[in-house]
Design a protein around this ligand. Structure first.
Ligand SMILES: O=C(O)[C@H](O)[C@@H](O)[C@H](O)[C@H](O)CO
Ligand SMILES: [Zn+2]
Length: 291
């Protein structure tokens, strides 16, 4: 039996909340609203949210040693100076695909920013297929392309021993693994480790816990699921009060809380009435693994 407790942080709702990242030094949660074109920062102590508006869909945010951030903005990797609200382009991808944008991204244990792209959605999860690619922004600002033919590049993370890279292309309904070489940043030997069940719907963002198990946000599935990458089995389900669950990360004191983002973009009036919490950011507490 699961005894988790779910709260929402603040009362703000986001069109397409994504990319939660815990900033330990600042005791804050960073996240984005992709279609709302905002990078947000929730201060855990005060409960206040600050936001920086940007001029294109912003799909992920990563912490920099300097204290500022790198973001994926449209088809660009860009630096964001928070106080100055200043955005400067670092690199651009998919120049031949005018309608593409970046989607989820995350930094590997050696400081490489992995992020993938996708075509513009006509409505959520409906788009021209195979237009996306997976890229890495290296610390020297060079960009590496790993592969193309991606539908919706989404959740990603690394195993605790850094030897495996986990990756989701949403419309494959699969969580995949690759061998990972931390020295070179190269990936290889792709295989599926879990196929989502019908009611779990579309796999979106993901994170890994201290036991090396994966947590996958289920878009249109109203839940996060915990997977054992060794056995390929689902070992826990945590239901959230809204259907469009987009991503998750651990954070808070000692990293015992999980922050979960959600979206309300594309929901019709009737669903919105039934799901008044669509688009909120949730905090999940009371995980058995930390008790
Ligand atoms: O949150 C994201 O990663 C995408 O930007 C969203 O658009 C949804 O995931 C997608 O619609 C369903 O897969
Ligand atoms: Zn996503």
């Amino acid at each position: 039996m699961s005894s988790v407790k779910i709260e929402c942080i603040g009362s703000d709702r986001y069109r397409l909340g994504e990319s939660p990242v815990w900033d330990e030094k600042e005791n804050s949660l960073l996240y984005v609203d992709i279609t709302g074109r905002k990078v947000c920062r929730w201060d855990a102590a005060s409960g206040q949210v600050q936001a920086v508006s940007v001029d294109a869909p912003v799909s992920s945010v990563a912490l920099r040693k300097s204290g500022d951030y790198v973001i994926t903005l449209g088809t660009r990797f860009a630096a964001l100076k928070w106080k100055e609200q200043l955005v400067t382009t670092i690199a651009q991808v998919d120049r031949d695909k005018a309608k593409n944008r970046f989607n989820d991204g995350k930094v590997d244990p050696a400081g490489r920013y992995f992020a993938g792209t996708m075509a513009e959605e006509i409505r959520p999860a409906v788009l021209e297929p195979r237009q996306g690619s997976l890229y890495t922004l290296c610390p020297d600002h060079s960009v590496v392309k790993h592969f193309d033919q991606v539908d919706i590049s989404n959740g990603l993370d690394w195993s605790l021993d850094h030897k495996t890279f986990f990756y989701i292309d949403s419309l494959s309904y699969s969580v995949d693994a690759f061998d990972y070489d931390l020295q070179t940043g190269k990936i290889g030997n792709r295989r599926s480790i879990y196929k989502l069940e019908k009611e779990e719907n579309i796999p979106d963002g993901m994170c890994i816990d201290t036991e090396g198990k994966l947590w996958v946000a289920c878009y249109n599935g109203g839940r996060v699921i915990r997977l054992d990458p060794e056995t390929g089995k689902r070992i826990q389900t945590v239901r959230l009060p809204t259907s469009r669950i987009t991503s998750c990360c651990f954070g808070g004191k000692d990293y015992t809380e999980m922050y979960v983002t959600s979206a309300y973009d594309g929901l019709d009036e009737a669903t919105l009435a039934k799901e008044p919490q669509a688009g909120e950011i949730f905090k999940v507490m009371g995980f058995e693994i930390f008790l």
